[in-house]
Design a protein around this ligand. Structure first.
Ligand code: SF4
Ligand code: SF4
Length: 472
């Protein structure tokens, strides 16, 4: 480049993408996945789950006020956050596993950005027509028709955004109650603010930014390369079969690609898979459907574009069939990810089944460590926290077990009975006394055990602690 030439710009303006409608097995799979994932997202807050009269009956609820997470029959308390951490680890390992086995299947089929963009493109196609009509409308001058079509599309997009934001806030409080409050304007301002933000971001990401989010904003395309290798099955063009490409009826010396551009026109990322693997490709496989359709029309075998492991390229160039898919999938890396994923999953299930229904924590009051009363009795004080995980108030019996005589008194209680309200934690103050001449009073430290019994279910829990005596 001579010094007089202008350097190329650092920023290239966005080329709008107008994906064409396509049909085929992968498109159908994507429709089904969209239906299921959106159905789960929008409908879950409306599922009811009976937990008893004093607990919320919403199956999935993030109860911020009660600081709990309800998931059908499972209730996660803040001190059990390791369940959420475990699930996040499983999600990460699952993503590693699928990426190393099948490339960017998450991006192509289930990522919320992909699913909502797909939905927004569907609406756009309903309103403005298929690719050619949309290109014409894009290039047309603004007139009444263009304004009408654009407004219709934007209103529908905004409604989808509103439903998306609305569904989100329903996860945080009783959905039917919040729905009524939203309609009559009495919901909390945070609900309206959250819905407004999510409506705007859904509209922007799904309708306006679309593929730009995947290409420029998402870190995953940069990271996932580390999980892929030559055995990873990903969308690719059989260039050894398709080239030299070209139009025309005379196919002598030509490959199977008739350069119809169908694969490019359906691509939601606006790329040409015939240029090789690209970071922009989300492996949605729509180009496979488009090309298979074209191959059938011209009487050629399907699979010019296909899910392929790069390792098979050399075999295929020699005219041999590709290795069985299972050979590519079962390899040390995927086996390791599966083993780790299963290990974490089994650990969580085990932890779920062995977690007690009673939680008790004992905190000795150490300022002072003991008191000598006027009659010589030595007293220690303990703060005990009891958590009732049931949907109704329950009576708990407190007791202690020690090798030397100790007595127990509960502040504000009649005897050793403590009522704990439904699904709540109650803190009680407990006094433990040792007679003036007892062993516990004359020793420095005596170990003993607090026992608590759920008097309805007879389930018991205990905690070991220490009694501080005055010593000799
Ligand atoms: S190249 Fe094919 S698989 Fe990749 S994003 Fe485009 S249509 Fe999807
Ligand atoms: S759809 Fe198939 S035949 Fe048409 S341009 Fe793409 S690769 Fe070639």
């Amino acid at each position: 480049m001579s010094s007089s030439e202008t350097p190329p710009p650092l920023y290239a303006a966005r080329e709008p993408v107008f994906p064409r409608r396509v049909s085929g097995k992968f498109r159908n799979l994507k429709w089904w996945i969209m239906l299921v994932t959106l159905g789960i997202y929008y409908l879950t807050p409306w599922i009811r789950w009976d937990r008893g009269p004093e607990l919320p009956d919403q199956a999935v609820l993030v109860d911020m006020a009660g600081r709990r997470f309800f998931f059908f029959w499972i209730e996660i308390w803040p001190h059990e956050f390791y369940f959420i951490a475990g699930l996040l680890i499983m999600a990460g390992l699952g993503l590693f596993l699928f990426t190393s086995a099948m490339g960017r299947v998450w991006c192509g089929y289930t990522c919320p950005q992909t699913v909502w963009t797909d939905l927004f493109i569907l609406v756009e196609r309903w309103v403005e027509g298929d690719r050619n009509a949309r290109v014409r409308l894009w290039n047309a001058k603004w007139d009444a028709r263009k304004v009408r079509l654009r407004l219709t599309k934007w209103v529908l997009w905004a409604l989808i955004g509103l439903a998306t934001g609305g569904a989100w806030v329903f996860y945080f409080t009783d959905a039917p109650t919040l729905f009524v409050n939203l309609l009559n304007g009495t919901a909390h301002p945070i609900a309206y603010t959250t819905m407004f933000i999510l409506t705007a971001t859904t509209f922007f990401f799904g309708g306006v930014a679309r593929e730009q989010v995947c290409i420029y904003a998402c870190p995953w395309p940069r990271i996932q390369a580390a999980m892929m290798d030559e055995d990873t099955i990903t969308v690719a063009y059989r260039e050894w079969r398709g080239e030299p490409r070209g139009k025309g009826k005379n196919r002598d010396g030509m490959g199977d690609c008739i350069d119809c551009m169908a694969c490019v026109n359906v691509c939601p990322m606006g790329i040409d898979i015939r240029n090789g693997q690209q970071m922009e490709c989300i492996t949605c496989a729509l180009c496979i459907d488009a090309c298979d359709d074209m191959m059938e029309k011209i009487g050629k075998p399907r699979g010019l574009i296909d899910y392929i492991a790069l390792k098979d390229e050399a075999r295929e160039r020699e005219g041999e069939p590709p290795a069985p898919v299972i050979k590519h999938i079962l390899r040390p890396r995927t086996i390791l990810y599966t083993a780790l994923w299963s290990l974490v999953g089994l650990g969580l299930v085990f932890a779920l089944f062995i977690r007690p229904d009673i939680d008790m924590t004992v905190a000795p009051v150490r300022n002072p460590t003991f008191i000598v009363q006027s009659d010589g009795t030595v007293r220690n004080v303990y703060d005990i926290r009891l958590r009732n995980k049931h949907g109704e108030a329950r009576p708990f019996g407190m007791a202690l077990n020690s090798d030397t005589p100790l007595s127990l008194e509960i502040e504000g209680a009649d005897g050793s009975l403590v009522m704990v309200p439904a699904d709540e934690m109650r803190q009680i103050r407990v006094y433990v006394d040792a007679g003036p001449d007892s062993a516990a009073a004359t020793m420095d430290r005596t170990e003993f055990t607090f026992w608590v019994t759920d008097l309805n279910s007879n389930e018991r829990a205990y905690t070991n602690t220490v009694f501080n005596g005055r010593g000799n």
